[in-house]
Ligand binder design. Structure first.
Ligand code: AMP
Length: 439
């Protein structure tokens, strides 16, 4: 199928051609005609499926067709809500790219961590398509610096992420500012009961379009596990990057501290690296991402939250320096590579503490991941599992010191902290120190 068969205008076809897209992805083929026809739509699609163009192209077309309508210049006509700042910037960049041959469609992204006033000035000049994170948009609404009373199309992008990040109450508040009569589009990697409940509350007879999830169709991503002792992970990563002559690699750690630490260590070994996480200022995050995309830094070390929505074309390597606690995050992480038709590689460095997490992931993706022992980094069978425990603040995690991990529960001091169920080598801390699984 070609893009021209979808009923898009010549200006949009030209922009799509300039991007080198020869045919629509499955989500685009289904979503574009439905959105053009004005239908509500629930799209089951993850980042990497081409979903952004799936909603941006038909929205641009619909707005272009009503130029000179009754709205005033300063009234937003399409509102796209996204969970993260990076995704806001990327979606707005797509709006700009796909709409560049259309006359007079203005777009803006507003998100926190950057100046409020420049956003106010841009909103005053007039915006047709606004891409926003919920918190900053609510700030604008409370200051009356944005007018949403003429919004015709609402998009909730990565709705499952917004739910995870606790944005649903904010979204409900925002809904009160926009007309009830409008088109609604919701995209989500998963349709949990909570997402369905949210959708039921505001969508009208939505068309349900689902494209194969990445965990079912990961053929484009070569996945492998490198078993390694926990203390040797940094050296193994540096070894893989150097010997494989990797030019661009996104590395995931569980904690912000771990991300900083690893980036520093890589820099010390002569590998250009930087970290991106929630404690970094927005300009620092933007700069790190830009330098990574431009090839000025080779390695970007990121936490899950910071990496959500990052769109880096044809990223060749993703490394799980540590496996995520939630198996689904593995799928999101590796989805950063092998995007929309290109191939990629996802390598997970797995130490004995993480065998339980590995088992959960393999169960989710319904396949065993190939094991690849790197010569010189063979695991020491004498090293026992230590539980990885969730810390008190903000999802920080730490390893319990090995001596306490090995003591039977009754021998621990009165003041020993109660630990939540640990996930090393098994489902709970009783499995600690015992090898419940092997690589
Ligand atoms: P998304 O899922 O919207 O984040 O898009 C993922 C990537 O796919 C982006 O880098 C797009 O530039 C790219 N892309 C979108 N549509 C197509 C297409 N029809 N053919 C090839 N690549 C595409």
């Amino acid at each position: 199928m070609s893009f021209s068969a979808l009923g898009l205008r010549a200006e949009l076809l030209l922009a799509v051609g300039e991007q080198g897209y020869t045919e629509p992805t499955p989500i685009q083929a289904q979503a574009i005609p439905a959105v053009l026809a004005g239908r509500d739509l629930m799209g089951g699609a993850q980042t990497g499926t081409g979903k952004t163009a799936g909603f941006v192209l038909p929205i641009l077309q619909r707005l272009a067709e009503q130029q000179g309508g009754t709205h005033s210049r300063t009234q937003v006509r399409a509102l796209i809500l996204v969970p993260t700042r990076e995704l806001a910037a990327q979606v707005q960049a797509s709006v700009f790219t796909y709409g560049k041959h259309l006359p007079k469609i203005r777009s803006l992204s507003v998100y926190g961590g950057v100046g409020f006033h420049p956003q106010v000035q841009a909103l005053k000049r007039g915006i047709d398509i606004l891409v926003a994170t919920p918190g900053r948009l609510l700030d604008h609404l409370s200051q009356r610096t944005v007018d949403l009373s003429k919004v015709q199309v609402l998009v909730l992008d990565e709705a499952d992420r917004m739910l995870d990040m606790g944005f649903i109450p904010d979204i409900r508040k925002i809904l009160a500012y926009i007309p009830k009569q409008r088109q609604n589009l919701l995209f989500s990697a998963t349709f949990s009961d909570e997402i369905k409940k949210l959708a039921d509350g505001f969508m009208k007879d939505p068309l349900l379009v689902e494209v194969a999830r990445r965990n079912a169709t990961a053929e484009l991503i070569a996945q492998r596990i490198c078993p390694v002792d926990r203390e040797k992970k940094k050296d193994l990563l540096a070894h893989l990057i150097t010997t494989g002559d990797w030019k661009q690699v996104l590395v995931f750690t569980r904690t912000k501290h771990g991300a900083n630490n690893l980036a520093e260590k890589l820099v010390k070994s002569g590998i250009r690296a930087d970290a991106i996480h929630g404690n970094k200022s927005q300009p620092a995050r933007t700069r790190a991402l830009a330098e990574f995309k431009a090839g000025k830094i080779k390695v970007l070390v990121a936490t899950d939250i910071a990496a959500r929505g990052l769109d880096i074309d044809e990223l060749p390597h993703v490394v799980n320096f540590e496996l995520p606690h939630v198996a689904n995050d593995y799928v999101h992480r590796i989805g950063r590579t092998g995007r929309a038709g290109s191939t990629g590689e996802a390598v997970s460095l797995v130490c004995v503490d993480e065998l339980g997490l590995l088992r959960d992931i393999e169960r989710l993706i319904k396949r065993e991941i190939k094991k690849d022992i790197v010569p010189g980094f063979e695991v020491d069978p004498r090293i026992r599992a230590e539980p990885i425990v969730q810390g008190k603040r903000g999802g920080q995690q730490q390893r319990r010191p090995s001596n306490s991990a090995r003591k039977p529960a009754g021998n621990r001091g009165q003041n020993a902290p109660r630990q939540p169920a640990a996930r090393a080598g098994g489902r709970n801390s009783r499995d600690s120190g015992r090898r419940a699984f092997s690589y």
